[in-house]
Ligand binder design. Sequence first.
Ligand code: GLU
Length: 281
Amino acid sequence: MAEARTRFAPSPTGPLHLGHAFSALTAFDRARAAGGVMLLRIEDIDSTRCRPEWEALIFDDLAWLGIDWPRPVQRQSARLPAYGAALDRLAVMGLTYPCRCRRADIRAALAAPHAPVLGPDGPVYPGTCRTRPMDQAGPDDAIRLNMQAALARLGTLPAFTETGPSHAGRHALDREALIETVGDVVLARRDLGTSYHLAVVVDDAFQQVTEVTRGEDLFEATPIHVLLQCLLGLPSPSYHHHRLIVDEAGKRLAKRDDARALARYRADGATPQDIRRLVGL
Ligand code: GLU
């Protein structure tokens, strides 16, 4: 059996808060219980929002929590050629197209009597650019996955194993749901040359992650990731989507919730044990 490998994959766009602490501790505890390791991956492809000082604070906060990880850490900003290669493979298979629609174009195309279907990335793309060939791709275009073509190529759809509290079980991908509630997702943003979905799939395989441990808010994105793994011939890890830490109003914590920043608790004299208790561990 391969060594158990979980991962914690923060974006250095602000201070880690209690929700991140719960996520990192869950990934770390689960790896240790299985005799494996938790990897730390810095998801810093969006260079306009990421800052070195936030990254430094991530290392400090995690070490303070008693979490350990193999060095050197992997940064997504160093992996752009790998994402480009994966995108090229999908393009060669004829599964991608360049899209020049801006948000306003998509909103206008969807302004019908019915409310647009919301998928993991927002309104499901209406397919305006679907017939554009890749050789027309310009620097201002995003690259989308042609979902229908991707599903047709696979024939039998894969399934994934989920062990988290809300969705435990085996989940087969659902053709209708992928077409109607996910649609032609963006594989490469116009400004980045990749997208979260593509980068995360390429990296989880490269880092030989055996269990993707992350928050429940990303459960809906998992079929996209499993589909991409299958198309790219990559191994499928198992998934553990954990509960989310919410505030008194029941709202998920966000980076702007500075009051819940770990650095604040540390400065106020809290111990790592206090943090574990606060998040219910
Ligand atoms: N980078 C993502 C975040 O900070 C996590 C992605 C993942 O775990 O797949 O929310």
